[in-house]
Design a protein around this ligand. Structure first.
Ligand code: CP
Length: 307
């Protein structure tokens, strides 16, 4: 295994192994003893063509905690701004022999393209609306901390599912482990019928109905950067119809957890009080797990190299 491009290319055993490794790092990251020499002498290049806070910082911290040297290419000051194409950027970087390239790009398939050109391990940090595999791994790991058996869980995903790489990767990983997924979204922000059928997904246009007996509610933001259409609800309409409010939760399971990959639009996808004061909300636990999962993925790829 040279690269991590999507969840589809991982076996269930590989997913479990990465989550087990992450468990070790999740614990050590809470202590003062959180640095390792595993990647001493190795180099990681972070190449983010799209904005990011969580993924870019957690990859940088993960790499540094494992002892690697990290270089973040500032795209604004790079030759991409002079018109250099992706292939030339990657072959140039590859000629410098880094051990890992972490790439985020707005185009579906860009991470695979990078992996085909680079000699380094390539990790997809999100490509278009296609895949965000480390987000799916961290989301599964967080759910398993609360509900160790995924099989049969009711997981509701509400928001802009059509344009979400997080939703695609989460649906792939969660259905593999037997979750029943309900999608809730404005009709033009749902994925197409073939996709819904392929993953045996349920849809509902009413959030209050949809969250009945839910074990997990996962909220997504509207990805304005990927939407051409103007016929999406206004912020107020969206909040009224699809925003999760505290007083709705009485029909969900009592131990239901609320997730959001971030960044959150407060008061649009979710009521403010649910972010700040609900013991059901695990958004910061997702961020915490993000560092651990990225440490685990780096170790896993490094070990594959040795074997
Ligand atoms: N969840 C996520 O990918 O967040 P960032 O865009 O901040 O990295």
């Amino acid at each position: 295994m040279k690269d991590l491009i999507d969840i589809a290319s991982l076996t269930n055993q590989q997913i479990k192994d990465i989550i087990t490794l992450a468990g070790k790092y999740y614990k050590s990251n809470k202590t003062t003893d959180k640095t390792y020499d595993l990647l001493k002498g190795k180099e990681v290049i972070n190449l983010f063509f799209e904005n990011s806070t969580r993924t870019t910082l957690s990859f940088e911290l993960a790499s540094k905690r494992l002892g690697a040297t990290v270089v973040n290419l500032n795209l604004e000051q790079s030759s991409v701004k002079k018109g250099e194409c992706l292939d030339d950027t990657i072959t140039t970087i590859s000629a410098m022999s880094p051990d890992f390239i972490v790439v985020r790009h707005g185009t579906n398939g860009a991470a695979r393209q990078v992996a085909q050109l680079a000699h380094s391990h390539v990790i997809n940090a999100g490509d278009g609306n296609n895949a965000h595999p480390t987000q799916a791994l961290l989301d599964l790991a967080v759910i398993m901390q609360h509900k160790p058996n995924i099989n049969g869980l009711k997981i509701v995903i509400c928001g802009d599912i059509k344009h979400s790489r997080v939703a695609r990767s989460d649906i792939e990983i969660l259905t593999r482990f037997g979750a029943n997924i309900t999608l809730i979204a404005p009709p033009n922000l749902l994925p197409d019928a073939d996709y819904i059928k392929q993953y045996n997904l349920t849809t509902d246009s009413n959030l209050q109905n949809g969250i009945k007996d839910a074990d997990v509610i996962m909220l997504l933001r509207i990805q304005h950067e990927r939407i051409d259409a103007t016929n999406i609800p206004s912020k107020e309409e969206y909040y009224n119809q699809y925003g999760l409010k505290a007083n709705m939760l009485n029909t969900a399971k009592p131990n239901c957890i609320i997730m959001h990959p971030g960044p959150v639009n407060r008061g649009i996808e979710i009521e403010q009080s649910l972010i700040d004061s609900s013991n059901k909300t695990v958004i910061l636990q997702q961020v915490e797990m993000g560092v651990a999962i990225r440490m685990a993925v780096l170790e896993y790829l490094h070990n594959c190299n040795i074997v």
